[in-house]
Design a protein around this ligand. Structure first.
Ligand SMILES: [Zn+2]
Length: 153
Protein backbone atom coordinates (compact mmCIF):
# COMPACT_ATOMS: atom_id res chain seq x y z
CA UNK A 1 0.00 0.00 0.00
CA UNK A 2 2.80 2.33 0.96
CA UNK A 3 4.64 1.62 -2.32
CA UNK A 4 1.51 2.43 -4.29
CA UNK A 5 0.97 5.80 -2.65
CA UNK A 6 4.62 6.71 -3.17
CA UNK A 7 4.33 5.76 -6.85
CA UNK A 8 1.17 7.83 -7.14
CA UNK A 9 2.90 10.76 -5.55
CA UNK A 10 5.75 10.40 -8.03
CA UNK A 11 3.37 10.28 -10.97
CA UNK A 12 1.44 13.33 -9.81
CA UNK A 13 4.69 15.12 -9.14
CA UNK A 14 5.82 14.39 -12.67
CA UNK A 15 2.51 15.56 -14.12
CA UNK A 16 2.92 18.87 -12.35
CA UNK A 17 6.61 19.23 -13.16
CA UNK A 18 6.44 18.24 -16.84
CA UNK A 19 4.63 21.28 -18.26
CA UNK A 20 7.10 23.53 -16.47
CA UNK A 21 10.03 21.63 -17.95
CA UNK A 22 8.63 21.66 -21.45
CA UNK A 23 7.98 25.41 -21.60
CA UNK A 24 9.75 26.28 -24.78
CA UNK A 25 10.43 29.86 -25.67
CA UNK A 26 11.61 29.42 -29.22
CA UNK A 27 10.57 26.13 -30.80
CA UNK A 28 6.95 25.92 -31.87
CA UNK A 29 5.13 22.62 -31.34
CA UNK A 30 4.05 22.33 -34.97
CA UNK A 31 6.60 23.41 -37.53
CA UNK A 32 5.50 22.84 -41.11
CA UNK A 33 7.76 23.21 -44.17
CA UNK A 34 5.79 24.38 -47.20
CA UNK A 35 7.77 25.21 -50.37
CA UNK A 36 4.78 27.21 -51.64
CA UNK A 37 4.55 29.41 -48.58
CA UNK A 38 4.97 33.02 -49.74
CA UNK A 39 6.24 34.32 -46.43
CA UNK A 40 9.55 33.45 -44.79
CA UNK A 41 7.49 32.13 -41.88
CA UNK A 42 4.08 32.72 -40.40
CA UNK A 43 1.82 31.34 -37.70
CA UNK A 44 -1.66 30.01 -38.19
CA UNK A 45 -4.37 28.55 -36.02
CA UNK A 46 -4.41 24.76 -36.32
CA UNK A 47 -7.38 23.83 -34.16
CA UNK A 48 -9.23 25.97 -31.65
CA UNK A 49 -6.47 25.71 -29.08
CA UNK A 50 -3.38 24.98 -31.13
CA UNK A 51 -1.34 26.63 -33.84
CA UNK A 52 1.34 25.89 -36.40
CA UNK A 53 4.32 27.76 -37.71
CA UNK A 54 4.70 27.40 -41.46
CA UNK A 55 7.91 28.30 -43.23
CA UNK A 56 9.34 28.14 -46.70
CA UNK A 57 12.25 25.64 -46.68
CA UNK A 58 13.77 27.05 -49.90
CA UNK A 59 13.80 30.58 -48.51
CA UNK A 60 15.25 29.21 -45.28
CA UNK A 61 18.06 27.49 -47.11
CA UNK A 62 18.84 30.77 -48.89
CA UNK A 63 18.88 33.02 -45.81
CA UNK A 64 20.28 30.52 -43.28
CA UNK A 65 20.23 31.41 -39.58
CA UNK A 66 18.04 34.46 -40.17
CA UNK A 67 15.19 32.09 -41.02
CA UNK A 68 15.13 30.71 -37.48
CA UNK A 69 14.78 34.27 -36.18
CA UNK A 70 11.73 34.84 -38.39
CA UNK A 71 10.23 31.51 -37.28
CA UNK A 72 10.71 32.56 -33.65
CA UNK A 73 9.11 35.91 -34.53
CA UNK A 74 6.04 34.07 -35.91
CA UNK A 75 5.87 31.85 -32.83
CA UNK A 76 6.19 34.96 -30.63
CA UNK A 77 2.80 36.20 -31.84
CA UNK A 78 1.30 33.11 -30.20
CA UNK A 79 3.44 33.35 -27.06
CA UNK A 80 2.49 37.01 -26.65
CA UNK A 81 -1.23 36.24 -27.03
CA UNK A 82 -1.59 38.31 -30.18
CA UNK A 83 -4.59 37.64 -32.37
CA UNK A 84 -3.11 35.42 -35.08
CA UNK A 85 -3.42 36.87 -38.57
CA UNK A 86 -1.59 37.07 -41.87
CA UNK A 87 1.83 38.72 -41.40
CA UNK A 88 1.08 41.96 -43.24
CA UNK A 89 -1.96 42.70 -41.05
CA UNK A 90 -0.25 42.82 -37.65
CA UNK A 91 -0.26 46.26 -36.04
CA UNK A 92 3.22 47.84 -35.84
CA UNK A 93 3.29 47.45 -32.05
CA UNK A 94 2.68 43.68 -32.27
CA UNK A 95 5.44 43.39 -34.86
CA UNK A 96 7.81 45.28 -32.62
CA UNK A 97 6.94 43.06 -29.64
CA UNK A 98 7.40 39.85 -31.67
CA UNK A 99 10.81 41.05 -32.92
CA UNK A 100 11.79 41.94 -29.36
CA UNK A 101 10.69 38.53 -28.11
CA UNK A 102 12.77 36.75 -30.76
CA UNK A 103 15.72 39.03 -29.93
CA UNK A 104 15.41 38.11 -26.27
CA UNK A 105 14.98 34.34 -26.57
CA UNK A 106 16.65 33.52 -29.90
CA UNK A 107 20.26 32.48 -30.38
CA UNK A 108 22.72 35.36 -30.91
CA UNK A 109 23.84 34.03 -34.32
CA UNK A 110 20.21 33.96 -35.54
CA UNK A 111 19.60 37.49 -34.29
CA UNK A 112 22.77 38.81 -35.94
CA UNK A 113 21.86 37.07 -39.20
CA UNK A 114 18.38 38.63 -39.16
CA UNK A 115 19.76 42.12 -38.48
CA UNK A 116 22.31 41.68 -41.26
CA UNK A 117 19.59 40.59 -43.68
CA UNK A 118 17.33 43.51 -42.72
CA UNK A 119 20.19 45.96 -43.32
CA UNK A 120 21.28 44.33 -46.58
CA UNK A 121 20.20 46.52 -49.52
CA UNK A 122 21.13 43.76 -51.93
CA UNK A 123 18.90 41.10 -50.41
CA UNK A 124 16.50 39.20 -52.65
CA UNK A 125 13.69 41.69 -53.40
CA UNK A 126 11.22 38.79 -53.40
CA UNK A 127 11.77 38.24 -49.68
CA UNK A 128 8.70 39.39 -47.82
CA UNK A 129 9.93 41.77 -45.16
CA UNK A 130 7.14 43.64 -43.38
CA UNK A 131 7.66 47.09 -41.96
CA UNK A 132 10.71 49.34 -42.26
CA UNK A 133 13.75 47.02 -42.27
CA UNK A 134 16.17 49.52 -40.71
CA UNK A 135 13.76 50.39 -37.88
CA UNK A 136 13.24 46.69 -37.26
CA UNK A 137 17.00 46.06 -37.25
CA UNK A 138 17.49 48.81 -34.65
CA UNK A 139 14.67 47.52 -32.42
CA UNK A 140 15.99 43.95 -32.61
CA UNK A 141 19.53 45.10 -31.75
CA UNK A 142 18.26 47.20 -28.82
CA UNK A 143 16.14 44.34 -27.44
CA UNK A 144 18.96 41.80 -27.76
CA UNK A 145 21.38 44.17 -26.00
CA UNK A 146 18.88 44.86 -23.23
CA UNK A 147 18.41 41.12 -22.73
CA UNK A 148 22.16 40.55 -22.64
CA UNK A 149 21.71 38.47 -25.77
CA UNK A 150 23.92 40.45 -28.15
CA UNK A 151 27.49 39.35 -28.74
CA UNK A 152 30.21 41.60 -30.10
CA UNK A 153 29.83 45.26 -31.02
ZN1 LIG B 1 4.91 39.41 -37.17
Amino acid sequence: MKTISISLLLIFGLLIALPACTTNYVTPIRLIADPNHEEIASIRKHTLDSYMVIYNPDTCRAIGDACVFFRTHAYAHYRLNHTLMRPKYYPALNEKQADCYAAKYGKPNEIKAAVKLLLDDDRDPNLKIHGDPSIRAQNITDCARQAGNWTGS
